[in-house]
Design a protein around this ligand. Structure first.
Ligand code: PLP
Ligand code: COI
Length: 348
């Protein structure tokens, strides 16, 4: 299959195979690869009434010899299990989750973008409450499905900075589901993202819902800033600690890389909005976003803070080392790369 790997965007490009397991009568089925891209649901399904569903997102990258590497899939398995518990969904065991994502990658070899083209194979694990129901109660049946889609590089021509607009809306409630990957969190954010775009920005930047004085995160990614170190001290990477943001697996890796590869000091702490003006660089971090520099932040009163380095040196360096680890170009001292065994010849 020949594709225009550079112009894929982050879009749904169906591939031949997906993995599906079902929970019923207290147990998960073994799961299997299926060809059908649509799912038939009872109209009583809790996923479509009450949002009893959650999802994950992770990528597989081709290494230099064409092998497929997942990036930290165990972390996605753990986060999905944690979200599932919060939503009264039976968590898929780690073994099932990993087998599902690996089988999906292995069964769709032609969808894996070639090494070095900047694109990756995006995996979307889904967990949905299905079956006949009406009252507000957990579903009698759940589907765990993993499908994949090749996604283009976020940056077609180098690192293109984006603009964020501080949202007048809260992404989630103060003691709500913000730290979980529940679909409902994103439904509420669609309006805020559209508003940010109408204001000439690319994405919404949310404040903490409790006090609205600290930075939380962007619509689909965590944020981090770079502060210059004083008196010869190393530069500092600062990223918000907040109970209402999604704990990003990418951000976690970047904190380690910043410390161990770039020699920065790392601060995970509440980040006051008032400190924005002191940042030298600001960027978004996430599976889809990878590392996206931010050139300016529009405040609610319409004024703007322009970052002194719209495409910061440290941001670029972090992007470089992260993608080098993900694509097998750099030694993986942290055991983040997860090699996917090729599918046996008889798989299809
Ligand atoms: N925050 C939100 C709201 C997200 O949707 C994502 C994407 O998954 C992230 C942060 C980044 O998380 P990760 O790096 O685990 O993809
Ligand atoms: C991801 O980065 O994997 C996400 O889930 C963000 C999504 C809104 C595209």
């Amino acid at each position: 299959m020949s594709r225009d790997w550079v112009n894929l965007g982050v879009n749904y490009h169906p591939t031949p195979w997906r993995f599906q397991a079902v929970w019923e009568d207290g147990a998960w089925s073994e799961g299997e690869l299926v060809a059908e891209a649509t799912i038939t649901l009872s109209e009583g399904s809790t996923a479509i009434h009450y949002g009893q569903q959650c999802f994950e997102g992770l990528k597989a990258h081709a290494g230099p010899d064409g092998e497929a590497y997942l990036f930290r899939p165990e972390q996605n398995a753990a986060r999905m299990a944690r979200t599932a518990e919060r939503l009264l969904i039976p968590p898929p065991p780690t073994e099932l989750f990993l087998r599902g994502v690996e089988a999906t990658v292995a069964a769709n070899p032609e969808a894996l973008p070639p090494h070095g083209c900047g694109a990756a194979l995006y995996l979307r694990p889904l967990l949905i409450g299905v079956g006949d129901n009406l009252g507000l109660r957990p579903a009698p049946r759940f589907i765990f499905r993993v499908f994949c889609s090749p996604v283009g590089p976020y940056f077609k021509a180098g690192l293109k900075p984006i603009r964020l607009a501080v949202s007048p809306f809260d992404r989630v409630a103060a003691r709500g589901t913000g730290s979980f990957k529940a679909g409902g969190n994103y439904a509420g954010g669609l309006y805020a993202s559209r508003q940010a775009k109408q204001l000439g920005c690319d994405e919404a930047l949310y404040l903490d819902p409790d006090t609205r004085t600290f930075l939380d995160e962007a619509g689909s990614a965590n944020v981090f800033g770079i502060l210059p170190g004083s008196d010869g001290a190393p530069d500092r990477l600062v990223t918000p600690a907040s109970a209402s943001i999604l704990p990003s697996i990418t951000m976690d890796a970047l904190c380690t890389l910043a410390k161990e590869e770039l020699g920065l000091s790392v601060e995970r702490r509440p980040l006051p909005l008032s400190e924005l003006a002191q940042l030298r660089e600001l960027a978004c971090a996430g599976t889809a976003a990878v590392v996206t520099p931010v050139s300016a932040v529009r405040l609610e009163d319409g004024t703007e803070i322009a970052l002194p380095q719209p495409v910061g040196e440290t941001t670029q360096r972090l992007h470089e080392v992260l993608t080098a680890v993900q694509t097998g170009l750099m030694e993986d001292r942290w055991s983040w790369r997860h090699l996917v065994a090729a599918a046996p010849a008889s798989a299809d």
